[in-house]
Design a protein around this ligand. Structure first.
Ligand SMILES: *Cc1c(COP(=O)(O)O)cnc(C)c1O
Length: 329
């Protein structure tokens, strides 16, 4: 495999476990289902952003930066893991969070505060639009800030998932997977998995479940992912290029939009908890699992398939959604 080694800092516990969801598989009468447990990366309750931050924060510290700035929703898992990583490396952490300060900080926001992050409320601008202002203010104070893009999704963040696929490969037996299903939202995970699959020459289908309608995004999400995969390939000296028909982004499950929990997510949360004792999160992984359940019921995925569900984390936000989740349970 053509692959340049990129340096990183250690922030989590790897490899994350790979397990079989045999109870869920047999209850559904569907495919064999495996799960990659990136909810167990260990960094302040874990998640897929730990992988990206290992590369991003190596870059930040090697450039001598003393503060990091990133952005997300109020319940951003990315921001919480960034706050933890910054604490570990003794960097100042600034988070531009969408919305307004809630009465009680719960879930990820509670953890951001505990971890010592400085919160900048950004109202409707939850995708980092206010980062440049924060950057300039820190510079004026004599700081050397480092900007981590929304969701950590640039070439370094995506590269972490090239590496993650190699990690997975070493854990799998010789039976090939047919599909990998995962939540796709800022694109780094998706782009990295696409590139990793190409470099490892795998035949399985990557099914990204789109989490965010992204109506206001300047670049269509599939285009963004393809470009990011190309740029990540370039970064590691690979000539791989991706085309529009190579991306599978499933947009059927966005429901009422980002962070709006509906029946699909509730059912997926309950089923996974009750058959496997595993907790998903209401925003990302329950939506993706809801998509997987639907594809099994619709016969898109059958007992002939061998599907891996990538658990990308997010469970701390469960508590912030308590009121919605308690209804009807
Ligand atoms: C960020 C996140 C994702 C999506 O990963 P991207 O690389 O942003 O597409 C999925 N699940 C959880 C829990 C996340 O926090």
């Amino acid at each position: 495999m053509q692959n340049r080694y990129l340096p990183k800092v250690d922030l989590g516990f790897f490899p994350t476990p790979l397990i079989k969801l045999s109870k869920l598989s047999s209850a559904l009468g569907g495919p064999e289902i495996l799960m990659k447990r990136d909810d167990m990366t260990g960094l302040a309750l874990g998640g897929n952003k730990t992988r990206k931050l290992e590369y991003l924060l190596h870059d930040a510290t090697s450039k001598g930066c003393d503060a990091v700035i990133t952005a997300g929703a109020a319940q951003s898992n990315h921001c919480r893991q960034t706050a933890a990583a910054a604490a570990l490396l003794q960097l100042e952490c600034h988070l531009a969070l969408g919305g307004d300060p809630p009465e009680t900080a719960n879930g990820n926001l509670l953890l951001d505060n505990l971890l010592g992050a400085q919160i900048h409320w950004a109202g409707a601008k939850r995708k980092g639009e206010t980062i440049p202002e924060i950057f300039e203010r820190l510079r004026a104070q004599g700081k050397k800030p480092y900007v981590i893009p929304y969701g950590g999704s640039n070439e370094l963040g995506a590269y972490a998932f090239v590496n993650a696929l190699q990690e997975l490969e070493a854990q799998l037996d010789t039976t090939q997977l047919s599909h990998i299903v995962f939540a796709s939202s800022s694109g780094g995970t998706h782009a990295g998995l696409m590139l990793g699959k190409a470099l490892l020459q795998k035949a399985y289908t990557l099914v990204g479940i789109n989490i965010d309608k992204g109506d206001s995004d300047a670049v269509p999400f599939d285009r963004f992912i393809l470009d990011l995969a190309d740029r990540t390939a370039e970064l590691i000296g690979s000539t791989v290029k991706f085309h529009g028909d190579e991306i599978h982004l499933e947009a059927n499950y966005v429901g009422d939009g980002y962070g709006v929990v509906g029946e699909l997510e509730k059912e997926a949360l309950e089923i996974t908890a009750r058959y496997e004792g595993i907790l998903l999160d209401p925003v990302y992984t329950a939506r993706a699992m809801g998509g997987l359940l639907d594809m099994i019921r619709a016969g898109v995925l059958t007992s002939e398939d061998r599907v891996l569900f990538w658990h990308t984390g997010g469970t701390p936000s469960l508590f912030a959604y308590a009121e919605k989740l308690n209804k009807g349970m």
